[in-house]
Structures are given as C-alpha cells and as structure tokens.
Design a protein around this ligand. Structure first.
Ligand code: SF4
Length: 154
C-alpha cells in the first residue's frame, strides 16, 4: 500500500454543505487540468504522509467538533484512501467526502460505499467550478443519489 501525502489540512464549512469538515489536500493528482489551482501539489510525495495513525490523532483531537472528513484527491491510491475512509467512518462515525476530477464511473468502485458525498468532474476553466451554473462538475449526496450542485450556485 503506497502512502498518500498532503500539503494542506484545514477545517472547512463550505466545501460540504451543512457539514463541518476536516479537509486534506492530497498530493499527486495525475489529471493535469489546465489552470489547476493546486498545480503545486501534483508531485506525489509533497508534504506530509497522511497515515491512518495521523488521521486518528487529528480526529481524536477534534472529536465532537467535526461531522465530516473531506479528501481533496487521493483516489489514485484507492487502498490507502479506503483505509483512511474506514477510520473516519467506522472508528469515528463521521461522514466522508471525496473531491475528485474523475467522473463517478471512472472511480475505483471500492471507494463509493465508503463515501457520503462525492464531487466529480475535471476543472474546465470556461465552465467554472461548483459555484457556476454552467459547470461540468457535480456534487452528489451518495446516500440518496441527489444532485446538490445547485446549493453552490450564488
Ligand atoms: S482534478 Fe483538480 S487537482 Fe487534479 S489537476 Fe484537475 S483541477 Fe488540479
């Protein structure tokens, strides 16, 4: 199982509607979208290792403050991401979210049952992000298959 690395960790309120999420920006996205806002994290081993022990420590520290853990990438190491999702869901009872540039049917299927929310779609500058009604990206509540993308529109 290969390690995943992260370059940013922060508590966020807007990326997952109605949730307080601990978000990790994972290094190594292979998609290379033109105009990517996180191009400095394309190298796979930038930052710190996101181990299950590290995640446990952080979730213990924030116990009762968080409702969700958000992974900004990481699907390119599905076994490693799965182990992290299991900690968040099964050990701490938290919701989980993945922001991926892939489409849903391109994702390793093993990940879907472990995710509460999923944001899909590559970055296409002319279409914009989730806050643009023309976007190609989608934010899905996987519990109901409901498309929540409109919640991001201003
Ligand atoms: S999917 Fe996201 S992180 Fe990956 S290259 Fe595209 S914009 Fe950057």
């Amino acid at each position: 199982m290969n390690d995943l690395y992260f370059t940013q960790e922060q508590i966020v309120w807007q990326e997952v509607p109605n949730e307080v999420s601990l978000a990790f920006l994972i290094s190594g996205c292979p998609l290379r979208c033109a105009g990517c806002h996180s191009a400095d994290s394309w190298k796979a081993n930038r930052g710190e290792i996101l181990s299950v022990d590290y995640l446990r420590t952080r979730l213990q520290m924030y116990r009762n403050l968080l409702t969700c853990v958000l992974f900004l990438g990481g699907e390119w190491q599905p076994e490693t991401l799965l182990a992290l999702l299991n900690v968040a869901r099964d050990e701490f009872g938290l919701k989980t979210c993945l922001y991926t540039g892939l489409e849903r049917d391109e994702l390793p299927p093993m990940l879907l049952p472990k995710l509460t929310f999923l944001k899909t779609g590559r970055w296409v500058a002319v279409l914009g992000g989730l806050d643009n009604p023309n976007t190609n990206q989608r934010f899905i509540d996987l519990r109901t298959d409901e498309d929540w993308t409109h919640l991001f529109w201003k």
